[in-house]
Design a binder for this molecule. Sequence first.
Ligand SMILES: NC(=O)c1ccc[n+]([C@@H]2O[C@H](COP(=O)([O-])OP(=O)(O)OC[C@H]3O[C@@H](n4cnc5c(N)ncnc54)[C@H](O)[C@@H]3O)[C@@H](O)[C@H]2O)c1
Length: 244
Amino acid sequence: MLKDQVAVVTGGSQGIGFEICKKFAENGARIAIADINSPEKLQSAQQALQALGTEVRVYSCNVADSVQVADTCKQILADFGTVDILVNNAGITRDNLILRMSETDFDAVIDVNLKGAFYMIKNFYRVFTKKKAGKIINISSVSGLFGNAGQANYSASKAGIIGLTKSTAKELAGRGICCNAIAPGFIATSMTENFQANQELIKSIPAGRFGKPEEVAGLALFLASGSANYITGEVIRIDGGMAM
Ligand SMILES: NC(=O)c1ccc[n+]([C@@H]2O[C@H](COP(=O)([O-])OP(=O)(O)OC[C@H]3O[C@@H](n4cnc5c(N)ncnc54)[C@H](O)[C@@H]3O)[C@@H](O)[C@H]2O)c1
């Protein structure tokens, strides 16, 4: 489905990002991961994905640092020659009530979750517009659609991602490039491990369970594929019905 296409996935060494890389690799894509994770984590992700028989390179990169992002994107282009799919998935939380939330924690979340995606899009912008093709997928959250007590920074960053997605979609639609956002609900990864046994929370999800990272990856695969060439500027919830 993605034969020989080059996919860049931020935060691709674990969780949702890793499952997206896996799904893309299984469908023939060549994979570049930009991630701040430990060298051991990056290496084990690379090995697991290479075992699927595709080219995989990992780049140690803090997406909140515009200079690191520019250098990494340059290196990816030198190594792979192009980019066809960009998935802005890297994300963090620093939850607290607004009263107790420090400015540092507010900024850190905006810098990684929102500005990181902006830097990545900016650095690959010309490559996409020259090709007149490409897919950009930004990982938002239902928290960005509906807000969440204790997550003012995170919700603001994920709502910002939706604005960034729609603006990017409008700028690039005429050149055949699609930009969409995925808004997951509760997905079982290390980000949510403290809540996974919370029965009250599970009761609030109509599907009665957390989502699996591979389920988010399936949606990303669809959006990256030719089947989604006429879908742009869309935000797709994947939350077991929680936010409907
Ligand atoms: N798990 C959920 O329930 C859920 C729900 C909605 C949205 N999301 C979003 O999905 C995305 C993936 O989350 P996850 O659940 O897989 O979390 P995770 O913590 O397992 O993975 C996050 C990845 O991002 C990387 N990362 C963090 N900061 C970075 C930085 N500054 N530069 C580069 N890489 C960085 C981490 O190293 C890690 O590989 C995030 O954007 C998150 O906000 C997750």
